[in-house]
Design a protein around this ligand. Structure first.
Ligand SMILES: C[S@@+](CC[C@H](N)C(=O)[O-])C[C@H]1O[C@@H](n2cnc3c(N)ncnc32)[C@H](O)[C@@H]1O
Length: 389
C-alpha cells in the first residue's frame, strides 16, 4: 500500500513551475523563503482529511496555514519571529469587506492631505517631530529625515487604531514598505546601507497603496474561507510545543536554512519598528548567529527538538512532511536531508517516502535541488495509506 502511495507522490507535480503563488493573501508580504502554496496544498491533501488538524512548527508567513483553511483542515502555526506571526495572522484571518473599506478610508483620511477629517498633515508632522525616534541614530541611519517623520506619523496613526485586526493589517502594510522607503540597498535581501541610493519614496502614498492592496486580498478571504476553520497562530518555539500527545494528524513544514536565510537580519527594519529586538531573535532562532563556529551543531539540536516534539504530538501512523534545501554555511554545503533523516530515524520516525524537486522557478535560488521527505510515526502501525482528497 505504501508503495502505491510513493507512486502517487511521484506522479504529482512538485516543481510547480507555472504555479500562481500570489493568490488571495499569499501576496501580502515579501517574507523570505516562502513555501510554494501548491506544494503545501498537495502535502495537506495527501496526508490528511477535511477536519483534520495540521501543525506547521516553522510557519513563517503562514503559507501552509492558509492552504489548510482552503482545504477545510484545522491548523496551528508556530514561529519564533514575531513578524512571521503577524503576517500569518493577517494572511489567515477573514475580515468583512465593509469593515475593511471603512478602515482604509479612515487611514487615508488621516494620512493624505486634503482628504482628512482627523489631524492635518502639519499637526501630524509636529507630533512626529517630538517623537524620540526622530533624533535616534538608528532611525536616522536607515531613513532620510522627511521619510522618518512620515513613518513616525503613520506608525502613530496605526497604534491609535482600535480595531485590532485592522491594526494588524496596517502593520503588515507598514512592514512591507519599510525596505523600499529606507536607505538600504534594494537589490539584496541583506539590510545594508546603499551610498548610491537615489531618492527613497515618501512613505504615506506607498503605505496607503499597500494598505489598499492588502485589504483587498484580505477581503477576498471572507468568501474564500466561508465556513472554513481558521488557523491558530502562536509565537513560540518549535522545540517546545504546547499541544497534547497524539493530538495532531500531520506536521507539514519547511525548516529554516541555517544561516543561508538569516531571518533576524533580513527583517531588521520591520523588527525594530514593530518593537522587537533583532539581536535577541537571532540568538534564539534555529540557525541563528550564522557566523558562530557551532551554528550547524546548534541548528541540528533545534531541528532535533522540533522532530522530537512533532513525534510526541502526532497521532500513531501520522506523517511529518518537510521540504529541505542544502544551504551553504561558511563556505560549506550542508546536507540537510541527511541530517534530518538521521535525527528523525534515531527518534523513531520511519522515512515512508521521498521525492526531489529542482526548484527551477525560484528567484535567486541558492538552494537549488530540494528534498521532500515524508516521515511516519510508528512506521509499523497498520494505518498506512496516503489518500489524496
Ligand atoms: C523556511 S521559513 C518557513 C517559511 C514558511 N513556510 C512560509 O511559507 O513563509 C522557516 C521559519 O522558521 C522560523 N524559525 C526558526 N527557528 C525557529 C524555532 N526555533 N521555532 C519556531 N520557528 C523558528 C523562522 O522564523 C522562519 O519563519
Amino acid at each position: 500500500m505504501l508503495q502505491g502511495a510513493v507512486g502517487r507522490i511521484e506522479d504529482l507535480d512538485w516543481e510547480c513551475v507555472d504555479a500562481d503563488t500570489q493568490y488571495l493573501t499569499h501576496s501580502i508580504h515579501r517574507y523570505s523563503s516562502k513555501f510554494i502554496p501548491q506544494i503545501g496544498r498537495q502535502a495537506i491533501q495527501l496526508l490528511t482529511q477535511p477536519g483534520d488538524l495540521v501543525l506547521d512548527p516553522y510557519c513563517g508567513s503562514g503559507t501552509v496555514l492558509l492552504e489548510c483553511s482552503l482545504s477545510q483542515r484545522r491548523s496551528i502555526g508556530i514561529d519564533l519571529n514575531p513578524v512571521a506571526v503577524l503576517i500569518s495572522k493577517v494572511k489567515t484571518t477573514p475580515v468583512g469587506r465593509a469593515r475593511l473599506q471603512d478602515f482604509v478610508q479612515r487611514m487615508e483620511a488621516r494620512l493624505i492631505p486634503g482628504t482628512g477629517c482627523g489631524h492635518s498633515i502639519e499637526e501630524m508632522m509636529g507630533m512626529a517631530s517630538r517623537d524620540p525616534r526622530c533624533s535616534d541614530s538608528w532611525y536616522r541611519k536607515w531613513f532620510r529625515d522627511d521619510v522618518l517623520l512620515e513613518l513616525i506619523a503613520i506608525d502613530r496613526e496605526i497604534a491609535a487604531e482600535r480595531d485590532a485586526e485592522c491594526r494588524d493589517i496596517a502593520r503588515v502594510a507598514f512592514s512591507d514598505i519599510l525596505r523600499r522607503c529606507s536607505n538600504a540597498h534594494q537589490g539584496y535581501p541583506n539590510v545594508m546601507l546603499d551610498k548610491n541610493r537615489g531618492m527613497a519614496p515618501l512613505p504615506a502614498p506607498e503605505f496607503t497603496r499597500r494598505l489598499r492592496e492588502i485589504s483587498r486580498s484580505v477581503g477576498e478571504l471572507d468568501s474564500a474561507l466561508a465556513g472554513a476553520p481558521i488557523s491558530d497562530v502562536i509565537w513560540g518555539r518549535a522545540e517546545s510545543i504546547a499541544l497534547a500527545d497524539c493530538s495532531v494528524d500531520a506536521v507539514i513544514t519547511h525548516p529554516p536554512y541555517i544561516g543561508s536565510v538569516p531571518y533576524a537580519e533580513y527583517g531588521l527594519l520591520s523588527l525594530v519598528w514593530l518593537g522587537h529586538d533583532p539581536k535577541r531573535l537571532d540568538e534564539e532562532l534555529t540557525g541563528g548567529k550564522r557566523h558562530s563556529a557551532d551554528v550547524v551543531e546548534r541548528f541540528e539540536a533545534g531541528l532535533r527538538g522540533m522532530l522530537r516534539e512533532s513525534l510526541r504530538v502526532l497521532k500513531p501512523g501520522a506523517f511529518l512532511f518537510m521540504v529541505l534545501g542544502d544551504p551553504t554555511v561558511r563556505g560549506d554545503r550542508v546536507d540537510l536531508r541527511r541530517m534530518a533523516t538521521r535525527n528523525a530515524s534515531s527518534l523513531g520516525f520511519g522515512l515512508a517516502a521521498e521525492h526531489h524537486r529542482q526548484g527551477i522557478n525560484r528567484r535567486a535560488n541558492l538552494m537549488g535541488r530540494e528534498s521532500l521527505l515524508f516521515f511516519r510515526k510508528d512506521p509499523a502501525s497498520r494505518q498506512v495509506s496516503l489518500h489524496h482528497a
